[in-house]
Design a protein around this ligand. Structure first.
Ligand SMILES: Nc1ncnc2c1ncn2[C@@H]1O[C@H](COP(=O)(O)OP(=O)(O)OP(=O)(O)O)[C@@H](O)[C@H]1O
Ligand SMILES: [Mg+2]
Length: 356
């Protein structure tokens, strides 16, 4: 996957621009609030997903303008394609001149992986973020997964409703006997899919992290069920926690409570990691996500790295700049010092929404 040209009109603070990036590393630099992240955001929107900043569509249109127009020429599967997006208070998309019923039609056409500073929450915050990461990533590689996850959530909701229903009290145990068998089966399927994905992600992330740290540190992952991995199956766990569940009127075990533990040289990255280590961990997971996508689809996704350089030392910056082999990368940064170690590639200077 290679971006050949990007054209923007009335997008965020960008009145109009056209860039032709190179096929390797593209550096987008400039002072704060000039439009660097806006450029990355524009590229990301062609993945068919929502803005990684959680922006509403209307917020993407330049103040005072009626609509934003984005157009992308890219190479995928050996042929050149053109995608277009028009944004008002909603988005419409076309691919090679044919209108799509929804921008999500671009998913699987243009593939990108984005790292934004907010992704650090994968390391820093609670387990919910990590479960979401796993679930989204599994969806990309296992098309049946959304259905599996929805089924688990449906059964979980049903079980929680039964736990809360005073009318169900007299036959609650019988009801749970039946529900628990179904819920446990769905739970095993969800966990198996997540662990399966993690087994593909881990070796790729380990390799990136080793490169980033110059072999001084190692990253490792562990899928952790709420009450320890050695305490039997989900069905046994549900049975063991039935009393607690009845008292607390909610289901305390299952994939909705599981976590993904991220460790650096054996210690929890969340509890003990330094800023640079946490950033390196999150970055290696994103680059590993790209490696898995490449293996599964045969196509390298475009890598978008917003503000990844800050907090990384010279060695780690050098790795980011010069070791993301045969992929096209876009990196934003403020300080030109950050890319003086770049060999090859192209640089774009952004000022007040224009590129020089
Ligand atoms: N819809 C919009 N219309 C006009 N300007 C906008 C719109 N949305 C955002 N902006 C402006 O775009 C500017 C640049 O935003 P952007 O996030 O790209 O900056 P940046 O270059 O990444 O800066 P930083 O280095 O601080 O991350 C901001 O000043 C913001 O006010
Ligand atoms: Mg920015």
């Amino acid at each position: 996957m290679k971006v050949k040209a990007l054209r923007l009109r009335d997008f965020r603070n960008i009145a109009g621009l056209e860039i032709e990036p190179c096929e390797t590393v593209n550096i987008i630099y400039g002072e704060n609030a000039q439009g660097k992240t806006n450029l990355i955001e524009a590229l990301w929107l062609f993945s068919g997903m929502k803005s990684f900043r959680g922006a509403k569509d209307a917020e993407l249109v330049r103040f005072g303008a009626e609509r934003a127009g984005l157009s992308l020429r890219f190479e995928s599967g050996g042929r050149e394609q053109e995608a277009k997006l028009t944004v008002t208070n909603r988005r419409t998309a076309s691919l090679n001149g044919v209108g799509l019923s929804s921008p999500t039609g671009l998913i699987r056409q243009f593939r990108a992986v984005v790292f934004a500073p907010s992704f650090l929450s994968i390391v820093q915050s609670g387990p919910g973020e990590r479960r979401r990461f796993l679930d989204t990533a599994v969806c990309q590689t296992l098309p049946a997964y959304p259905k599996i996850l929805t089924e688990y959530q449906r059964l979980l909701k049903q079980r929680n409703a039964a736990l809360r229903d005073p009318k169900a009290e007299s036959r609650l145990e019988e009801l749970l006997d039946v529900l628990d068998i179904q819920l446990a089966a769905a739970a095993e399927t969800v966990a198996k899919a997540r662990i399966g994905y993690l087994e593909k992600l881990s070796p790729a992330a380990e390799a990136v992290y080793e490169g980033l740290s110059g072999g001084r540190e190692a990253i490792s992952f562990l899928y952790r069920t709420r009450f320890g991995n050695d305490n039997g199956t989900y069905l046994e766990q549900l049975a063991a926690h039935r009393r607690t569940d009845i008292l607390s009127r909610t289901t305390n075990v299952g994939p909705h409570r599981d976590d993904l533990e991220i460790c650096i040289s054996g210690a929890s990255a969340r509890l003990y990691g330094s800023q640079g280590q946490q950033r390196s961990a999150a970055l290696s997971m994103k680059l590993a996500e790209a490696a898995v996508l490449h293996n599964e689809t045969g196509e390298q996704p475009v890598i978008l790295l917003d503000d990844v350089m800050s907090e990384l030392d010279a060695r780690r910056q050098d790795y980011v700049l010069n070791h993301i082999e045969d992929r096209q990368v876009f990196i934003t940064c403020c300080d030109p010092e950050n890319f003086k170690r770049l060999t090859g590639g192209r640089t774009f200077f952004v000022k007040e929404g224009s590129v020089f």
